[in-house]
Design a protein around this ligand. Structure first.
Ligand SMILES: Nc1nc2c(ncn2[C@@H]2O[C@H](COP(=O)(O)OP(=O)(O)OP(=O)(O)O)[C@@H](O)[C@H]2O)c(=O)[nH]1
Ligand SMILES: [Mg+2]
Length: 389
């Protein structure tokens, strides 16, 4: 395997082969993989090694979960409250705490020194009645996974979030910051604004390997089978749904990965030179991310931020109208695509079980008071009046 590798990579390979604990194997294998030059000739070898890494990590997670059931540590990660949880991610001094304070009034420490925030601090954002929990986080820095004792907890907090806000400091290189944040999150198993490579995998009791869509992947049948065998799968049916590489397949099999949505908030727009940095950021990342320029310090562009955040959460706000004509003050917050039936269930099971019809006022109604059935799809801002027997 080690032909054409640099002396450092060969040494790393040897160290990996000699590692005998699971943790050590993971660290050494990650290092070895990072030292292999990435090009066409090494692609399959890297995919194979990554697939082994996936297996080791799955074993480690399982072991940790068993341990966690026995020992419970002190609370650091903030449990979700309200309708959604959103986290602020950025390098030291980017302005995360300042943003939390301006948007929610929460009491968090703002400091001109880096590493001012030491643990997550929550604030509450009222998005036209929807309650969004906004969380200020300690900063992310290079190799945080291994260099910070809080790294794993920080990753847990981010993994639980419904939306990630990347706070970028426009007074320094924004592309470097974004690249670092994306890379560091990846080491914590977090992938941002990307779709999981689509496959369908079923374990079968016998019959060996059935592969459908083999032509969509740039690899031989044997190479695909090897990867699945690495995961302990010998009898399976695998359907590959889109064009992908062997590395994509390994990623799709890695159940430790989470896929998150994120937007970029480009902060410190008041500083001279920030405009050039903003343009640089847009040129490199506008395809993958929505980018919103602000100045937290000067309060520029902050007013519409709660609505911009809410619109990325994939939720809608619906208010119910009672028989006496009063409209509920607090909206019901549900997933986009929800129906009148979903709302009926939330209000009272009786409304769902004995549903007759509903009247709709607002964006999804053709006209105010339109009568609709149980499967009518609602939109943000709708008012619903449900009639039941
Ligand atoms: N000029 C300018 N300064 C800002 C802005 N936002 C924040 N700052 C300043 O930048 C410094 C760092 O702000 P914080 O909010 O503490 O940064 P942080 O991202 O929370 O930093 P850590 O918690 O250390 O990771 C403070 O001195 C803030 O006053 C802004 O929009 N413009
Ligand atoms: Mg802070």
């Amino acid at each position: 395997m080690s032909t054409n590798l640099s002396p450092e990579a060969k040494l790393a390979e040897q160290e990996y082969n000699e590692a005998n604990t699971l943790e050590d194997k993971i660290v050494k294998l990650e290092k070895f993989i990072s030292l292999i030059p990435k090009h066409k000739a090494t692609e399959k070898m890297v995919a194979r090694l990554r697939s082994r890494l996936v297996k080791f990590k799955a074993e480690l997670i399982e072991r940790k979960q068993r341990q966690k059931a026995i020992t419970k540590g002190p609370m650091w990660v903030i449990p979700k409250e309200g309708d959604a949880q959103v986290v602020l991610i950025g390098v030291p001094n980017a302005g995360k705490s300042q943003i939390l304070k301006e948007l929610t009034g929460a009491n968090t420490k703002i400091s001109s020194h880096p590493f001012g925030t030491e643990k997550p601090i929550p604030g509450v954002l009222d998005c036209k009645g929807a309650i969004v929990q906004l969380i200020d986080l300690p900063s992310v820095f290079q190799n945080i996974k291994n260099e910070s004792k809080n790294g794993p907890k920080l990753f847990s907090q981010i993994r639980a979030a419904d939306l990630l806000l990347f706070i970028i400091d426009l007074s320094s290189d924004p592309v470097e910051q974004m690249s670092l944040l994306i890379e560091e999150l990846y080491t914590g198993g977090i992938i941002v604004n990307k779709e999981k490579p689509p496959i369908e995998l079923k374990k079968t009791g016998s019959g060996g390997a059935i592969i459908i869509g083999e032509d969509k992947i740039d690899a031989t049948r044997e190479e695909i089978i090897e990867i699945l065998n690495d995961q302990g799968l010998y009898n399976f049916s695998l359907k590959i749904l889109k064009k992908m590489t062997l590395s994509d397949l390994v990623q799709a099999l890695d159940y430790s990965l989470v896929y998150k949505n994120g937007i970029v908030i480009a902060n410190k727009g008041d500083i001279p030179g920030s405009k050039e940095n903003y343009e640089k950021l847009v040129n490199t990342f506008a395809q993958q991310f929505e980018i919103i320029p602000i100045s937290a310090l000067k309060g520029e562009n902050l007013k519409q931020l709660p609505e911009q955040i809410f619109s990325k959460l994939g939720l809608i706000r619906v208010r119910s109208k009672e028989p006496n004509g009063t409209i509920a003050e607090k909206p019901i917050v549900i997933k986009k695509g929800s129906t009148v039936g979903d709302v009926a269930k939330i209000i009272h099971s009786r409304f769902f079980e004995h549903f007759k019809n509903a009247k709709i006022y607002g964006p999804s109604a053709k006209f105010d008071g339109q009568s609709v059935g149980i499967n009518h799809v609602l939109q943000d801002g709708d008012i619903v009046e449900i009639f039941a027997d």
